[in-house]
Design a protein around this ligand. Sequence first.
Ligand code: ADE
Length: 245
Amino acid sequence: MSLKKISYLSLFPGMIDQGLAHSLVGKARAAGAIDLHFVQVRDFATDKHRSVDDTPYGGGAGMLLRADVLFQAWNSLTSLEEKSSASPSRPYTVLLSPQGRPLTQDLARDWVLTHEHLIFVCGHYEGVDERFIEACVDEELSIGDYVLTGGEFAAVVASDVLIRLIPGVVGNSESVSRDSLEGNLLKSPQYTRPSEFLGKKVPDVLLSGNHAKIEAWRKDESERRTKLKRPDLYAKYEAGKKLRS
Ligand code: ADE
């Protein structure tokens, strides 16, 4: 099983659609490797002003997205029976929020393997009525310790990370396994033509044609860079190495 569909509940679905219309992700959509489905939350408003938000009970700044409107939008995608089933194709509902679990490459790899259909709920304004979260959300996801004006850009970031991990989306599976962060190591430096630029030459080993030597050089450089730039990741890499040996 692997990820086939992502649905988005949003007040600004065009932001997400456009953000995921280009390059490899755009091609993956055109080729049918992933199906993206957009739901305009405002279509489920019931009053004559089509309002989707209201002031918080107890006072406080800003507006909150209403649970009833979001629920109707969510319900248009998934029935309660489907939601409570144990089937692997059960949609998994994720609220983008700075309070969520941090997005990592490991988490993305896990979700691509374990969910066929993800529903991303994009909050806006000051947040979402807690009763919607309790009733419908399986997990909250954060893309970092900062606050965006809404979940749309976070949904684009998370979708991009997920879609490029779907088998076949990145042409050469070696590129995915050589990614920065795969195995908790950063990528080694890379070079293309010209072989000399501003007086700087490409390292000789890369022109040697000796694949074993090139691999060894890349591994050394990856370790050196990770130790220098991301000591936190390097500690994880070392711990993983100890476990494997
Ligand atoms: N919505 C607002 N800020 C966010 C963040 N950092 N991650 C995910 N969703 C968000």
